[in-house]
Design a protein around this ligand. Structure first.
Ligand SMILES: *[C@@H]1O[C@H](CO)[C@@H](O)[C@H](O)[C@H]1NC(C)=O
Ligand SMILES: *[C@@H]1O[C@H](CO)[C@@H](O)[C@H](O)[C@H]1NC(C)=O
Ligand SMILES: *[C@@H]1O[C@H](CO)[C@@H](O)[C@H](O)[C@H]1NC(C)=O
Ligand SMILES: *[C@@H]1O[C@H](CO)[C@@H](O)[C@H](O)[C@H]1NC(C)=O
Ligand SMILES: *[C@@H]1O[C@H](CO)[C@@H](O)[C@H](O)[C@H]1NC(C)=O
Ligand SMILES: *[C@@H]1O[C@H](CO)[C@@H](O)[C@H](O)[C@H]1NC(C)=O
Ligand SMILES: *[C@@H]1O[C@H](CO)[C@@H](O)[C@H](O)[C@H]1NC(C)=O
Ligand SMILES: *[C@@H]1O[C@H](CO)[C@@H](O)[C@H](O)[C@H]1NC(C)=O
Length: 437
């Protein structure tokens, strides 16, 4: 009898530990969020217009499916009878359930925002201590995704255990609703969520908020590494977040991803090549791809970047293995060059070269570095290599640049990233036919 009781206790503990086992984000989630472009200036119309544009631009065909309403959707206070969250009646005259129904009717999924603190970052009511009623209300509203922020957390951080408990409380409340709700944890990397959040969240932010800028240093994002960062802050330049992400790829995988923050592509603060770098690196590092621009008013260049299906396929590859940085070298002009490589399904591979320096560079890419992890036979064999930012004859992204063995010399522009897929070449392709000689 005693044994049975403790077995039951163990079983329920086990269940609680696996609270984020919700079957979601098997590949990194894709969608759109209001914050980067609209900030607090949102309404039912902002969100429905974006949802329509997502469909009209065929972005759903590329995998973008979540429409996420960030901060500032709230009424001044909760329902004073029930304690349930209430939406701003002026911004959302038909309520949130109606909005989510309309988004579902377009074939999309609906996301909401709250905060594991007393207030949200925008000063609205937070969910700390209200986890059950908030999760239950979101489920009733038809919510499919929760972005859960970290402002005003009452000091409930500082050790992984305290942070874990605060976020696990919401994770368990979401699970208890019975509705699968993707849990996107946004604690800015505090206390190292890559070490403790795999079982409670589908993704976790690793750093302070992104800024729509390539490499400007800003004191409001003061840390030089995310390991033991005490003030994640905000205004983190895009290329700094790439540096932050380099060591933590080892902790991500299907159902639990490092979130490098929402995309800035199309918001105007970077050049075309810089946005290509942004999209390429977020993709190969297996970050969620959450658009943050005004998708009702995009340039063709923006649309071209965010619909590169060959790069998206790397992000969504079933192996779910983030690329690793194989080397980083300083450039004499400032900035650096770095080589990244990762494994894909079916014995195929991705590698990328990033130039953060202000000058064009010619770089020798040695396959011994690309295939360092795989060993000698992989380092020396021949590969058919596809440049994923060039189109093939049929107009699809991913042009074969031929059979490569040993290495290649690459010229790479200012702030550019090149991404290649490598497929081991069949023997027939590496040796010429007798008949050809
Ligand atoms: C809740 O957690 C259990 C145990 O991990 C899991 O089997 C179940 O699918 C989860 N339910 C939801 C709705 O997330
Ligand atoms: C969307 O796809 C449809 C059908 O494939 C096509 O006719 C239409 O031109 C596409 N629209 C855009 C904006 O790409
Ligand atoms: C409770 O909320 C209602 C509706 O917003 C308001 O009319 C009423 O004055 C509030 N009651 C208290 C005690 O705050
Ligand atoms: C988690 O929830 C429990 C039960 O409601 C509560 O006692 C505890 O303080 C919460 N922990 C944190 C860190 O919010
Ligand atoms: C559309 O974008 C352009 C710049 O890309 C901007 O000048 C224009 O104001 C925008 N239109 C609307 C309606 O937001
Ligand atoms: C975008 O491309 C389409 C055709 O692909 C063209 O009709 C349209 O004028 C272009 N828009 C801009 C702003 O260049
Ligand atoms: C991997 O190989 C399997 C079996 O041949 C095939 O069904 C699948 O489409 C391949 N996946 C990719 C991404 O090429
Ligand atoms: C790359 O350039 C170096 C120096 O010019 C040359 O020695 C080497 O053979 C080149 N490698 C390839 C693969 O072309």
């Amino acid at each position: 009898m005693r044994l049975i009781t403790s077995l039951v206790a163990l079983t329920s503990l086990y269940t609680a530990v696996l609270a984020a086992d919700n079957g979601l984000a098997v590949t990194p989630q894709m969608g759109w969020n209001t914050w980067n472009h609209f900030g607090c200036d949102i309404s039912e119309d902002t969100i429905l217009s974006a949802a329509s544009a997502l469909v009209a631009n065929n972005l759903t065909q590329f995998g973008y499916e979540y429409v996420i309403m960030d901060d500032c959707w709230h009424a001044p206070s909760r329902d004073n009878q029930t304690g349930a969250p209430v939406a701003d009646p002026a911004k959302f005259p038909n309520g949130i359930k109606d909005l989510s129904d309309k988004i579902h009717a377009m074939g999309l999924k609906f996301g909401i925002y709250s905060d594991a603190g007393t207030y949200t970052c925008g000063g609205r009511f937070g969910s700390l201590g209200h986890e059950q009623i908030d999760a239950q209300t979101y489920a009733e509203w038809g919510v499919d995704y929760l972005k859960y922020d970290n402002c005003y957390n009452e000091g409930l951080s500082g050790t992984p255990q305290i942070s874990h408990e605060r976020y696990a409380n919401m994770s368990q409340a979401l699970n208890a609703t019975g509705r699968p709700i993707l849990f996107s944890m946004c604690n800015w990397g505090e206390d190292g969520p890559w070490n403790f959040a795999q079982n409670i969240a589908n993704s976790w932010r690793i750093s302070g908020d992104i800024m729509d800028n390539f490499d400007r240093f800003d004191d409001r994002c003061p840390c030089t590494s995310v390991i033991d960062c005490k003030l994640p802050g905000f205004h983190c330049a895009m290329s700094r977040i790439i540096d932050f992400a380099a060591p933590v790829g080892q902790k991500a995988g299907p159902g639990h991803w490092n979130d490098l923050d929402m995309l800035e592509i199309g918001n105007g603060g970077m050049t075309f090549d810089e946005y290509v770098t942004h999209f390429s690196m977020w993709s190969i590092l297996k970050s969620p791809l959450i658009l943050g621009n005004d998708i009702t008013n995009m340039t063709n260049e923006t649309l071209a970047i965010i619909t590169n299906e060959a790069v998206i396929a790397i992000n969504q590859d079933a192996a779910g293995s983030p690329a690793n940085r194989m080397w980083k070298r300083s450039a004499s002009e400032g900035g650096d060059l770095s080589l990244w490589a990762g494994s894909l399904v079916n014995n195929t591979f991705v590698f990328a070269l990033l130039n953060t320096s202000p000058a064009e560079q010619t770089v020798g890419v040695d396959l011994a570095d690309v295939f360092f992890d795989q060993g000698k036979s992989y380092q020396t064999q021949a590969y058919e290599v596809f440049d994923l930012w060039q189109k093939d004859g049929a107009g699809s992204w991913g042009k074969s640049i031929g059979i490569i063995q040993g290495g290649m010399n690459v010229t790479i522009g200012v702030h550019q990233t090149k991404v290649w897929k490598a497929v081991p070449a069949p023997q027939a392709n590496t040796k010429r036919n007798y008949a050809e000689l």
